[in-house]
Design a binder for this molecule. Sequence first.
Ligand SMILES: NC(=O)c1ccc[n+]([C@@H]2O[C@H](COP(=O)([O-])OP(=O)(O)OC[C@H]3O[C@@H](n4cnc5c(N)ncnc54)[C@H](O)[C@@H]3O)[C@@H](O)[C@H]2O)c1
Length: 272
Amino acid sequence: MTTTAALSLGLSDRTVFVAGGGSAGPGWSIGRAACVTYARLGARVCVADRDRTSAEETTQIIRSEGGTVDTFVGDIANEDDVVRMFAEAKARFGVIDVLHRNVGIGKTGGPLDTKLEDFDLAQSVNVRSLLLASRQVLPDMIEQGRGSIITISSVAGLRYLGYPHLSYCVTKAAVIQFTRMLAQQYAANGIRANTVVPGLIDTPRIANTVAKMFSETSLDEARAARAKQVPLGRMGTAWDIANACAFLASDAAAYVTGTELVVDGGLTGKFA
Ligand SMILES: NC(=O)c1ccc[n+]([C@@H]2O[C@H](COP(=O)([O-])OP(=O)(O)OC[C@H]3O[C@@H](n4cnc5c(N)ncnc54)[C@H](O)[C@@H]3O)[C@@H](O)[C@H]2O)c1
């Protein structure tokens, strides 16, 4: 019988493409923390984002630590941009071994007050972009006989969290099922596909999106109210999610596919 001596998260011979590797504001988004974590584990990292300045910031952090990295700029929901970004990334670093589809958007609102264009945009950015991006990596992964695709959903894709966020919740649920489909179809090719399901995470984007659902008056009050909901007593950090992604990217997760890794401090268990 073969035995493995220790857990290995090393990614030193791998190229990782992170779609949404910048940050919606100053500080640590999930995408930025994931890029830095992959690089610290030895991966070559493609930081892709539509916001060049923010992507460059992530790239500079990795460069300053001696990592191998480059920036690729474009809209992950635009087919021409996607084809170009992946072509540039492959020309720079070769085959993509790990696709981390990080981007997720959505405006708060229910069926009566969600604008159709906002609903369509969430579908396009959160779901259709998965189709575009996975088409760019699957042929090489099939040829190599290995690959890992990591998608990011949300507990909002599993449960009602107390306020209407329809376009976001519906598309985050679709991300999970899309990923399960990928996993089943390509398991025989050695390709794994899994979804990380973050809970309430303290990233810069919450100031622009859901904070107002927790307090009309102050961001600190909103952050405290959000933290109070979580059984572990705090919001998650971008690093809590990045660590889960690193596990799924690595060979330590060699037998993990077609599933969801919920990283939520116990939140969804409260509503089970
Ligand atoms: N922060 C939370 O509480 C939380 C909770 C659950 C799930 N999530 C999910 O985690 C993921 C990452 O969240 P975050 O807070 O790190 O994100 P973020 O909002 O900071 O976004 C990361 C990057 O995505 C880029 N981006 C947005 N639309 C893009 C597009 N069309 N093309 C290319 N780049 C685009 C932004 O420019 C930004 O730099 C998202 O899918 C989000 O839905 C976040």
